[in-house]
Design a protein around this ligand. Structure first.
Ligand code: SAM
Length: 228
């Protein structure tokens, strides 16, 4: 019998576009968001006991990457975007049923609201289910993934003085760790791997309601130019 899946809530996230979102959760601990639950799950009964849990699994829809025709092979950015791999061997967003999963820190629980950090989710992401992280079962000792053996390397992030002052001011206004968020996201080097940056080329992304601009003054180094 066909079964329809409905979201239990939507994420309000610091990430307003796909560009510069870390490739997995926990890579940017300053990336915060709120999961707003829909009726009937906005009743406190649905989250009772979650205050005993530090992390949750979110099962969600890659709502901005849904495709009519399933792919068998994908080119994950992790492999530079030019090597293809079986879709089930990767965590690519283009996948059958468009389902993503992330383990994220649960900072605080309120009836109808979960306050999250370390997220890798776009603003407006529909969440299909929430499950508590269970360390003894979910952290697998001796597990292996030779394709993604460790977290991606980080690059150096520097600041133009005015951009840093502006980031601090916006951080205060938003009540969010914006300086850390910018540094943690840009240190992942969000530029597509196939693009060789020149110092003249400018990049930009929106985090919360703030436009962040940067360039690469030399290979492997980012300089934040503006935060407005
Ligand atoms: N941790 C999840 C997983 O393994 O299923 C997501 C991994 S996926 C490689 C991470 C990327 O998904 C992010 O860099 C972001 O660009 C993209 N993303 C996040 N939320 C999305 C959404 N709602 N729709 C489409 N793409 C999304």
């Amino acid at each position: 019998m066909p079964h329809q899946v409905e979201p239990v809530g939507y994420v309000r996230s610091c990430f307003k576009e796909k560009f510069a979102i870390p490739r997995q959760p926990a890579l940017a601990p300053a990336a915060r968001g709120v999961l707003e639950l829909l009726p009937p799950f906005d009743n406190g009964d649905a989250v009772q006991g979650l205050e005993q849990v530090s992390h949750v699994w979110l099962l969600f829809l890659f709502h901005q990457a849904l495709e009519a025709t399933p792919r068998l092979k994908v080119r994950p950015p992790r492999l530079g975007g030019n090597r293809s791999m079986g879709v089930f061997a990767t965590r690519a967003t283009h996948r059958p049923n468009g389902i993503g999963q992330s383990v994220v820190r649960l900072e605080r629980v309120e009836p109808g609201r979960l306050y999250l950090s370390g997220i890798d989710l776009l603003d407006g992401t529909p969440v299909l289910d929430i499950k508590p992280y269970v360390p003894y079962a979910d952290a697998v000792a001796g597990a292996r993934n030779s394709m993604a053996a460790e977290a991606p390397g980080l690059i150096q992030v520097g600041w133009a003085a005015e951009a840093l002052a502006s980031a601090h001011a916006h951080s205060e206004r938003l009540g969010e760790p914006l300086v850390a968020l910018i540094e943690q996201c840009l240190a992942q080097d969000p530029r597509p791997a196939y693009q060789t940056p020149t110092p003249e080329r400018r990049y930009g992304v929106r985090l919360w309601d703030v436009e962040v601009r940067w360039h690469y003054p030399q290979a492997g180094v980012i300089q934040v130019l503006g935060v407005a």
